[in-house]
Design a binder for this molecule. Sequence first.
Ligand code: SAM
Ligand code: DTB
Ligand code: SF4
Length: 377
Amino acid sequence: MDGTRSCFSADSNGAGAPAACAGAAARGAASGGCGSARISGAEASGGAAPLPSETAEGPGALRHDWTIPEVRALHDLPLFELVDRARDVHRRHHRSGEVQLCRLLSVKTGGCPEDCAYCPQSAHYETGVGRQPMLSVEQVRAAAEQARADGATRFCMGAAWRNVRDGAEFDRVLEMVRAVKGLGLEACATLGMLNASQAQRLKEAGLDAYNHNLDTSESYYKSIISTRDQHERLATLESVRAAGVQVCSGGIIGMGESLQDRASMLVALAALDPHPESVPINALVRAPGTPLEALPPVDPVEFLRMIATARVVLPSSRIRLSAGRGELDPQTQLLCLYAGANSIFYGDKLLTTPNPDKLDDLALLERAGLSVQAAAP
Ligand code: SAM
Ligand code: DTB
Ligand code: SF4
């Protein structure tokens, strides 16, 4: 369905548990992984992997058949070569100097029954994030108005739910979506699992995109979350797609996963047909009280590699430089934007954790001569 389009296409792409902790720590995993990976991508990926030329049709064509060895070989290229390739793909598909600002708002915070080992909103951990009542539609409208005034063009509403349940709270979310759309913003929601009819109702309310992350590889997922499996995520993504809502799906690095896991996640995202219009790449925010709180921070070069690899594997997707940006120095953030990221979460808070100061973000973009995506006319 995506064919082999390799033209500029930004607008058509959306502009228009304790066990987990032990497992993660024991694997010691990806920190330092790139050091060894750099020695030989093929060796590290357990076989003679061909260096990917992306496709027979040329760089930047859309593919759904990426293999883990191919993605590893790409990821493990000498850094500048990887970034060159990513930049080339980026320029073919996107306005390369433009960044979309997306505001996040938690509309229902805390007390989630799921045990996602990274999440400060899980009721399984003592993180200091209490269960809070759902926001009113007026509160959400006011936050969206502020986001628009600040220059954001996309507004994403999050709820700490395992899954959506029909009833008054979901009806209120639908009202929130209408309110956000009424302000001319792109509306995104991330509410946990949902079924086909719920996806359809969100579509009818005007929702543009639904965020539901694969988060990591299928095999590592079990080490991070025991209360659901990744197939359930994929089923939700199918409902979202079937309803005609754009798919926003990505993941987190820095949870103790291996480079193989990271490559595997990108392969799974690329296998979605069409590719997700939006792909958030998060660095773990090591929230106190979660099982992953003591893991080391993500190496900035590894983060850059992940962004650049995602850009090549998912050429037309909007790659979102997401959680954890605050731990990256400004130069690394700019390198990520150079290598293919073209959106940031913008505002002083993500869902429950801090994000860089918005004035600092605007100043950084300005210093680099980057422009902010304008609102649709
Ligand atoms: N409950 C819904 C769900 O799980 O899909 C929606 C909200 S959940 C907070 C959305 C995403 O935020 C998760 O899939 C995960 O990728 C990301 N996230 C949550 N906590 C994070 C953390 N500490 N660091 C990085 N990303 C995080
Ligand atoms: C995504 O991948 N990252 C955003 C958004 N989708 C919803 C959420 C990040 C949450 C970070 C932890 C917090 O603030 O609670
Ligand atoms: Fe709940 Fe989502 Fe957090 Fe998992 S990531 S604990 S499902 S809010």
